[in-house]
Design a protein around this ligand. Structure first.
Ligand SMILES: [Zn+2]
Length: 268
């Protein structure tokens, strides 16, 4: 069956949606120009607290502890909602430590099953599987696993749409597009001046993340229907983006954990 190219339009904006992102600010990196247009956001879910326990982030943000840093990022998220006049029914954090979502995929999946069952979004928007950050891939896998659990139980389940974050490229990092591996078609969606300005205004709320956020060109923001992923296979050949950093994970280990989670959830 030929898959249709998804175009975010008035029809989609009217439907009840949930956004599931790994870190505070991912929802804006992927969907910043669109989020204010959704009329019924049942939940914006962050799977992690955005506070890596190791590394310089806490010190660089000028706070004392990981808890302070997590709270700072939560406050920035709430400020971005105010800046965009975005009113989700619920803003949920699942409080998994940053960089550790891969180790909690079964629990994460079950939390999402519960959230989807309770809130009944028609669409869920999440990361694509692209090897950019292990928490992004783990969040994507948990969303797909949660939908598979619901389907397996004969319950209604949301359609999974996905937004782009970032991944490895020959020049270093590629953002604002999906991997060019033709797993699912998409159309690039250019932001234009107004969209870029609006997105920049929202991103400004994340003051502690400006070093990272300034690397995004804010030119495109594609959304597509998610393909059926095989999480036991790498998202692309070669070194994954996160394998270039000391983030405590490599692709082989991540895929082992994804496969173990699948078995533990009885998904075959
Ligand atoms: Zn992220």
């Amino acid at each position: 069956m030929r898959r249709q190219i998804l175009r975010p339009d008035k029809e989609l904006f009217r439907r009840p949606v949930a956004i599931v992102a790994a870190h505070p600010d991912d929802e804006l990196i992927g969907l910043g120009s669109l989020v204010p247009y959704f009329q019924e956001i049942r939940a914006i879910v962050h799977t992690t607290d955005g506070a890596p326990r190791n590394g310089p982030d806490i010190r660089n943000a000028g706070v004392a502890t990981w808890l302070d840093y997590a709270q700072l990022r939560r406050n920035e998220f709430r400020a971005s909602l105010q800046a965009g006049e975005i009113f989700p029914d619920r803003a949920i954090c699942l409080w998994i430590p940053d960089q550790q979502a891969a180790f909690r995929m079964p629990q994460l999946t079950l939390r999402l099953v519960s959230i989807f069952t309770r809130l009944r979004p028609r669409f869920v928007l999440t990361h694509s599987y692209e090897g950019g950050h292990p928490d992004h891939d783990s969040t994507a896998a948990a969303v797909h696993y949660a939908v598979a659990c619901l389907r397996g139980a004969g319950a209604s389940s949301p359609c999974v749409l996905e937004f782009a974050s970032y991944h490895a490229s020959e020049s270093g990092m590629e953002a604002e597009t999906f991997l060019q591996n033709s797993l699912a078609p998409f159309e690039q969606r250019a932001l234009g001046d107004a969209g870029r300005l609006a997105k920049r205004k929202l991103l400004a709320s994340y003051a502690s993340q400006q070093n990272v956020l300034s690397q995004f060109p804010l030119c495109y923001e594609p959304v597509r229907a998610a393909p059926e992923y095989d999480f036991t296979k790498p998202p692309h050949p070669g070194t994954l983006f996160y394998e270039r950093f000391d983030w405590g994970m490599n692709g082989r280990e991540w895929r082992r954990l994804a496969q173990a989670a699948r078995r533990r959830l009885d998904l075959g």
